[in-house]
Design a protein around this ligand. Structure first.
Ligand code: BGC
Length: 911
């Protein structure tokens, strides 16, 4: 009897559990408990955990308070029960938020199954300074040290101070013209590197906010800050230019202490700080660091340190008007690697192979005599003979030097540099290298991983891995082209083509929102968007106020992509003036609706060497630059229509719509024969014309045929460059030739995606043949082994191979499309994406008699699912025919289309 009762209670509680709804993953401005937000109206996102299917939110309530108890006195806003199915980026609606204040928030939801969640766990955010120039009484300070120059020493600043009473909380606000690293009482402040990051410094310099309560103590304290060149004053660009933003580095630092008795005190950078040189004789992004441990000032960031020989700092009156809080994820440490091999090159050099081309640095443990010198030189690849290949680094030294102090085991890692490398030459250690003493540390922006893709082909899985490593290595506060040579710039084209793929692999919402602000800040008065952001090419040919298709277009394409994948409407609202100004620039540059004048990159780095195999002996891989530009003009106009529509700008929608029609007509007149042949018989020309609907409907099938026969004429190889490649496989899929897309994906001879993998690549290369089949290299002046642009295929792998896509009608994956495209060459594929609503996954597996489709759709979303059969009775879900349980939307092409709510599903389609 007792047993039956227990079972009964158990069952009841299980069924109660099965009925429950709760929330999880609360974020404010897409970050978990962020500290330091200068967003006046922050937005909240929550996910809904619910068992069972078809769960939709019907209402929510949010409450915000200044204490985690949510007592009446501390509540600042209660939304009240709000009937809505929105759970992503919902705006705060209370009274103006106070600068520096910490706020706690909770959410409660109701769903369509008559369930109520109760208040969620408590999340918080802390406001940054809403008026920093007034609220920071800190003064800019510089070292005044002569040797503190672009390639010179790294000064260390310190200040000793007393906190006489019990401390309740303390917040530090720090930034620099340069790069800084701070310690309080010997402990590092925060876990970010290369702060304050890189922005359009003359317009926007970001400061960081740190909760330093635990680092301070009652009594005497000290803060120490190292200040290096970084992007501000260090070498930047390929012309060995330094001091782009200024000749002097400077530091700004303020600690606001609140005591237990409610009194406050402020510690600020000012003339009372002291400065000295330290162990870093040089630390430079391209060249690396020289660290002489004998010069360490032991205990310099502690209160007891005697700084009587230190110098006074120089106070500067640099502006504080350009200060903003960093609301995005900063650069932090990630994966670590031990060498997988220790090699000796033909020259007899000792080399560590970390097995992965990564971006960051090496930490080493060494021992020896004072004055012994160890030099680490970084390289991405080995040459044909097994020697290190440095030529592609161009002027970047990529070298860290450590000089020992001779005191037992010493640990070194650099501070203000980063290298793109897989191999490291170690000089200065006589005995055999012990791999245990060397750790490669990957550094990149702390964007959260969101996506995974996997299939039955190991080479394709390696490609996915390489794409992700390309992203990790090049998302260092700014989306860069490459991480190793004397470049590493925020090339707009590269970022634009890769942005959708990037948003599958990681959450890049804040990363791009931050960069887009710099796009707007560096935009020219004539509306043109520079080729690199931040624009350090100003004053050079590439820095002219001109726009180029596919590059400058990033200013329109990326905001739209952020809206699509994150449902972030604000990014479009905020960028709209910049988008519109750039679009007007192109409109002016175009004559008679043709964008056919001025500089264009065109289909950059398309296949062209030994281009004799093409159709009828033509130079068939080289596409007319203006044909490309015209397609992108249509693309950016189409996005302006969508953006204007989203923002309710009806008149502008009409204007852009009329323009788009004219752009397409102009294209047809200029670049197409009456029968639909394009003036460039290239893959890219047909891809772009098809992708952007440039051709009259009736001429599209023959354009597709031309594209396919072109691909065949190259024995199923692609010949596309930066702008054609991202759309190659999507166009083939859209027009029903996924079979050809798969042949291209699985091709492993040059040029193809898998060729580099056959050559041992662990990242995506800049060129299809950065390393040639005979293991020699392409032109060292432009041969990166870590360039993400061609990784844009990742988007197609997620969206079309696994079939996981967003429905434009429900941005942010509120509405999902699941439409896998199978191939006889793969037996399975699977992708997942952690969206703002929760995990979406789509996988398929081919069995002898059936195909299995495994789906997961998060609560508060719905999906349109396409299953590849026209015969509905061939479909089962969970062992039952689908007809009774699912809303069947009809047959479309070779697919049956279903409407599906949240939940996990296992469909079987009989073959
Ligand atoms: C960069 C590219 C960039 C290109 C444009 C190169 O040096 O590495 O990826 O888009 O220049 O010219």
């Amino acid at each position: 009897m007792k047993q039956t009762l227990t079972l009964f209670i158990c069952l009841i509680s299980m069924s109660m559990f099965a009925q429950s709804v709760s929330t999880y993953d609360l974020t404010c401005e897409s970050r978990v408990n962020p500290i330091g937000l200068d967003v006046a109206i922050p937005r909240f996102t929550w996910k809904i955990a619910a068992t069972g299917r078809n769960v939709m939110q019907t209402a929510y309530a949010i409450r915000v308070a200044t204490s985690p108890e949510f007592s009446k006195k501390t509540i600042v806003w209660e939304s009240g029960k709000t009937n809505s199915d929105e759970s992503v980026l919902q705006a705060y609606g209370g009274p103006a938020l106070q600068s520096g204040q910490k706020y706690y928030w909770q959410v409660k939801v109701w769903n369509n199954q008559a369930q109520e969640s109760g208040w969620s766990t408590t999340a918080f955010w802390q406001m940054a300074l809403l008026n920093p120039s007034a609220e920071l009484s800190a003064q800019w300070i510089s070292s005044g040290i002569k040797a503190d120059t672009a390639y010179g020493v790294v000064p260390q600043f310190r200040k000793q101070f007393t906190a006489n009473k019990k401390i309740k909380s303390a917040v530090a606000y720090i930034t620099a013209k340069g790069l800084y690293e701070a310690q309080i009482n010997r402990q590092r402040v925060g876990n970010a590197y290369l702060t304050p990051g890189w922005t359009s410094y003359n317009n926007r310099l970001l400061y960081q906010t740190y909760d330093v309560t635990d680092l301070l103590k009652q009594g005497k304290n000290a803060i120490g800050v190292s200040l290096a060149n970084g992007w501000f004053r260090g070498e930047i660009g390929w012309e060995k230019k330094t001091a782009f933003y200024g000749k002097e580095t400077a530091l700004l630092c303020q600690i606001n202490i609140t005591y237990a008795d409610g009194k406050t005190e402020t510690i600020i950078s000012d003339g009372s700080w002291k400065v000295s040189t330290g162990p870093m004789l040089a630390s430079e992004i391209y060249d690396g660091e020289i660290y002489d441990a004998r010069q360490e000032k032991e205990g310099w960031a502690t209160a007891s340190y005697d700084d009587k020989n230190w110098l006074p700092v120089v106070v500067k009156d640099f502006s504080k008007k350009i200060l903003f809080s960093s609301n995005h994820e900063l650069i932090t440490k990630h994966e670590t690697f031990r060498p997988v091999k220790v090699l000796t090159t033909p020259k007899g050099e000792k080399v560590l192979d970390f097995g992965q081309n990564l971006v960051g640095w090496v930490q080493m443990k060494v021992s020896g005599k004072a004055g012994d010198k160890i030099v680490l030189s970084h390289a991405e690849v080995l040459d044909k003979k097994g020697g290190l290949y440095f030529d592609n680094l161009r002027n970047a030294q990529a070298q860290d030097t450590y000089i020992l102090k001779g005191q037992g085991t010493e640990t070194f890692e650099p501070h203000f540099t980063f290298h793109g490398f897989r191999y490291v030459r170690v000089e200065g250690i006589q005995e055999a290298l012990n791999p245990e003493n060397f750790t490669a540390i990957a550094l990149y922006s702390d964007m959260k991983p969101t996506g995974s893709f996997e299939c039955s082909d190991p080479m394709v899985n390696q490609l996915q891995k390489n794409i992700q490593w390309g992203q990790k290595g090049n998302f260092l506060d700014v989306p860069t082209d490459c991480p190793q040579r004397d470049e590493r710039l925020g090339w707009t084209g590269d970022a634009e083509v890769f942005s959708r793929t990037a948003a599958f692999n990681f959450n890049v919402n804040n990363f791009f929102s931050k960069w887009l602000k710099d796009v707007a800040a560096d935009q020219d008065a004539n509306g043109s968007i520079p080729f690199v952001i931040p624009n350090i090419l100003k004053g050079t040919f590439f820095g002219n106020p001109i726009g180029a298709a596919g590059w400058s277009d990033a200013g329109i394409i990326i905001p739209w992509n952020m809206y699509l994948v994150y449902g972030d409407k604000r990014v479009v609202e905020e960028q709209y003036p910049s988008m519109k100004a750039y679009h007007s620039y192109v409109r002016k540059a175009a004559k008679n609706d043709l964008w056919n004048a001025g500089f264009q990159f065109g289909d950059w780095l398309s296949y062209r060497v030994d281009d004799s195999k093409g159709l009828i002996g033509q130079k068939s891989a080289v596409t007319d630059n203006y044909l490309v530009a015209q397609c992108f003009y249509a693309y950016n106009t189409e996005l302006m229509i969508k953006a204007a529509r989203l923002l309710g700008k009806t008149e502008e929608v009409k204007d852009y719509e009329a323009l788009l029609e004219r752009i397409r007509k102009a294209f047809q007149q200029e670049f197409m024969t009456a029968n639909g042949r394009l003036i460039s018989e290239t893959q890219t020309a047909y891809i772009l014309a098809l992708q952007f609907d440039m051709l009259p409907e009736e001429l599209r099938p023959q354009a597709l045929e031309r594209l396919v026969s072109n691909i065949k004429s190259y024995s199923y190889h692609l010949t596309t460059g930066f702008l054609g490649t991202p759309f190659l496989t999507p166009v083939l899929t859209r027009f029903g030739r996924t079979d050809v897309a798969y042949r291209l994906l699985l091709q492993d001879t040059y040029p193809s995606w898998l060729y580099p993998i056959k050559m041992g690549a662990t990242t995506v290369w800049e060129r299809w043949d950065s390393m040639k089949p005979d293991s020699t290299f392409q032109d060292p002046s432009m041969t990166s082994f870590n360039h993400y642009a061609y990784g844009a295929i990742g988007d197609w792998m997620y969206r079309d191979v696994a079939g996981l896509d967003v429905d434009e009608e429900g941005a942010g994956y509120k509405k999902i499309i699941i439409r896998p495209h199978l191939s006889s060459e793969l037996s399975s594929a699977k992708a997942s994406l952690n969206t703002n609503y929760g995990l979406v996954s789509s996988g398929w597996k081919v069995a002898p008699k059936e195909i299995n489709f495994m789906l997961e759709i998060p609560a508060n979303t719905s999906a349109t699912v396409y299953l590849p059969t026209r015969n509905i009775p061939d479909i089962e879900e969970g062992g039952r025919p689908i007809s009774s349980d699912f809303k069947i939307l009809g047959i479309e092409g070779e697919y049956t289309k279903l409407q599906v709510g949240s939940g996990k599903y296992e469909f079987k389609v009989r073959k």
